[in-house]
Ligand binder design. Structure first.
Ligand SMILES: *[C@@H]1O[C@H](CO)[C@@H](O)[C@H](O)[C@H]1NC(C)=O
Ligand SMILES: *[C@@H]1O[C@H](CO)[C@@H](O)[C@H](O)[C@H]1NC(C)=O
Length: 363
């Protein structure tokens, strides 16, 4: 039986219900119009940006154990090759999309987590397909395949139209090239038989161009390409190439010079790529890290040519492990292990990139 007072109540409730629904719809509209301009962040490349994909593949090149992650929230060794967060994590927070960028291969990630962005990068990879083969990691071509798979999964989850918008309004960061020089060209005999350094740089730029074209076809419109850092200043390469690596630990000039030449060619390619509606920026990691190495005190550093982990001369990945000595204050070090920068460096790199990130995120 329905008494007059209860039917009155149900009308009130119905009214409240519609009113609330109206409010929810209104708020959503409001968010779409005035909220952040960026929907998500997608990351491709090597250990400079890998947040843990190598944890899920068969490779010795992992870092999901202490002392890695020492300064990450809750001290978790996530598989990032540093003591804390990467510059892409700082970028994700800055854009307001998420606190840090999770690895795509993490099976516990929900589609909702993935909606605001994921990382496809894999430590030790490069633009040259052979680089990933040498170390059995995820090639950059395979990373694109994963992004296509991601896109299909999103289309099922939120629909084709909204997936398209999500991708159009996302920031894409690509950071690779270091291993093509350090591991492949100068470390293995194969490429040097076919290419001299300039023709190899051209080859890498062609591979990068193919990658870019596919990314554009998939809908990317805001893209940041990170250059190659001063690789001659990596402690491990100083140890390998210096005539007396214990006494003379200056940067190895021919290696850094190969990086600079490549970066110069890359910048020319990027500034001459003009596509309507697409923004592409160059992110100058070389200058940022070189500034810190040349003026360490100005940035609060005092160790520039050894890593914080182990002897600092050769350790990385499994050689930097729970039984390694760890320096007491990584914020005083440019390098965390013999290859990778500390979180303190990545934070400064993020700061140096900010004007370019603003170019990407302004409508
Ligand atoms: C590399 O090879 C190309 C073509 O074979 C040649 O034109 C160029 O001068 C070479 N560059 C260097 C640095 O040896
Ligand atoms: C969004 O773009 C507008 C227009 O360019 C800009 O003024 C604003 O700062 C951007 N908002 C964010 C959160 O970046």
């Amino acid at each position: 039986m329905c008494s007059p007072s209860s039917s009155y109540r149900s009308i009130t409730l119905q009214f409240l219900f519609y009113f609330m629904l109206f409010c929810i719809v209104e708020t959503r509209e409001h968010v779409e119009r005035n909220g952040p301009n960026i929907s998500a962040i997608f990351v491709f490349g090597d250990s400079t940006v890998d947040s843990g994909n190598n944890n899920y593949i068969e490779t010795p090149l992992k870092s999901n154990f202490a002392p890695y992650g020492r300064d990450f929230p809750n001290h978790i060794p996530t598989g990032r090759f540093t003591d804390g967060r990467l510059f892409t994590d700082f970028l994700a927070s800055y854009l307001g999309v998420k606190d840090n960028v999770p690895p795509y291969l993490d099976p516990t990630l929900s589609l909702e987590d993935m909606k605001t962005g994921v990382c496809f990068a894999s430590a030790a990879t490069g633009f040259d397909p052979l680089t990933a083969q040498l170390t059995n990691v995820i090639s950059i071509q395979k990373q694109l395949e994963y992004f296509k798979e991601y896109k299909t999964r999103m289309e099922v989850y939120i629909g084709e139209e909204r997936t398209k918008k999500l991708i159009n309004k996302a920031v894409f960061i690509i950071s690779a090239g270091t291993n093509d020089f350090g591991i492949n060209y100068y470390g293995a005999p194969f490429r040097r038989q076919m290419y001299n350094i300039s023709t190899y740089q051209e080859f890498l730029l062609q591979q990068r161009e193919k990658f870019l074209q596919e990314l554009l076809e998939l809908g990317a419109q805001k893209i940041g390409f990170v250059g190659v850092p001063p690789i001659g200043c990596m402690p491990i390469l100083i140890s390998l190439y210096s005539k007396n690596a214990l006494m003379y630990r200056g940067c190895i000039e021919f290696l850094s010079s190969a990086a600079r030449d490549y970066n110069r060619m890359l910048q020319i390619k990027l500034t001459t790529t003009k596509i309507h509606g697409v923004k592409i920026v160059y992110l100058d990691i070389y200058k940022s890290i070189d500034d810190m190495i040349k003026n360490p005190q100005q940035f609060g550093f005092d160790k520039v040519n050894v890593g914080c982990c182990g002897s600092g001369l050769i350790e990385s990945a499994f050689l930097c492990n729970p039984s390694s000595f760890v320096c007491s204050d990584p914020t005083k070090y440019i390098f965390w292990d013999s290859i990778h920068p500390t979180e303190a460096v990545y934070y400064n790199v993020f700061q140096a990139f900010r004007p370019m990130f603003d170019v990407l995120s302004n409508n």
